[in-house]
Design a protein around this ligand. Structure first.
Ligand code: AP5
Length: 212
């Protein structure tokens, strides 16, 4: 089995975009943001508890997200791409102690100048039918409001937490939490960095090289 991949990167650095491409290489993509948004969409007790936190761009508490992650993956069967987890050093330690437990992993840091990310995120639209990610400024669908991938019309939606104000909060939280996580994976000898400011296809080529 290939090592599990942990993608670390700021909001808008392209984690979801690249993870979707890697699925074609046999990985399973798990995004804690997607899992939490699915709970909100279903109106579960958990969804009701986290909706306000996510709409402000704050982090949901570590234990809640860890439980959700554990309930949704089986790391013995397939190599995962962890997207959005861990978000801080406490989550990094939990992931290792409670889920990965010494299994082979590679942490890939999507390094990028944070100043370009607000514009990337506020222009993001996602197809509610197939999850394809667009950017209305740089990568709009070929036909207006129609998904290139699945052909659905009227399905491109904007996330509630993708406003300028909320993105600024999400970026600040990222800045405050990233360094200890990078140090954690560096000390284990499993950290690689790549330049996430390049075009999507170039980021993917760099990713293919680091995962071998
Ligand atoms: P989450 O869903 O994880 O959001 P995020 O980390 O803020 O990341 P994004 O999804 O915004 O960015 P991305 O890097 O995936 O970018 P994308 O590829 O879409 O978390 C949301 C919320 O849930 C959190 O704020 C928190 O409340 C909660 N949460 C989640 N996990 C949690 C946890 N572990 N603990 C506690 N709370 C948690 O790309 C963005 C845009 O850029 C798109 O428009 C795309 O087309 C464009 N783009 C991508 N790549 C390129 C490129 N190379 N060049 C130009 N444009 C590009």
């Amino acid at each position: 089995m290939k090592p599990h991949l942990i993608i670390l990167g700021a909001p808008g650095s392209g984690k979801g975009t690249q993870a979707a491409k890697l699925v074609e290489k046999g990985y399973k993509h798990i995004s804690t943001g997607d899992l939490l948004r699915a709970e909100i969409a279903k109106g579960t007790e958990l969804g009701q508890k986290v909706a306000g936190i996510i709409s402000r761009g704050d982090l949901v508490d570590d234990r809640t997200v860890m439980a959700l992650l554990k309930a949704n993956c089986d790391v013995d069967k397939v190599s995962y791409i962890f997207d959005g987890f861990p978000r801080n050093i406490a989550q990094a330690e939990m992931l290792e102690a409670e889920l990965l437990q010494g299994k082979k992993t590679l942490a890939v840091y999507f390094k990028i100048d944070l100043s370009i990310l607000v514009s990337r995120v506020v222009n993001r639209r996602t197809c509610s039918k197939c999850g394809e990610i667009y950017n209305m400024a740089t990568k709009p669908p070929r036909v207006s409001d129609t998904c290139d991938k699945c052909g659905a019309t009227g399905s491109l939606t904007q996330r509630k937490d993708d406003t300028e104000e909320v993105v600024s909060n999400r970026l600040q939280i990222f800045k405050d939490t990233v360094d200890p996580m990078l140090a954690f994976y560096k000390s284990k000898g499993v950290l690689v960095e790549l330049d996430a400011s390049k075009q999507e296809k170039d980021v993917f080529s760099a990713l293919e090289k680091v995962i071998g």
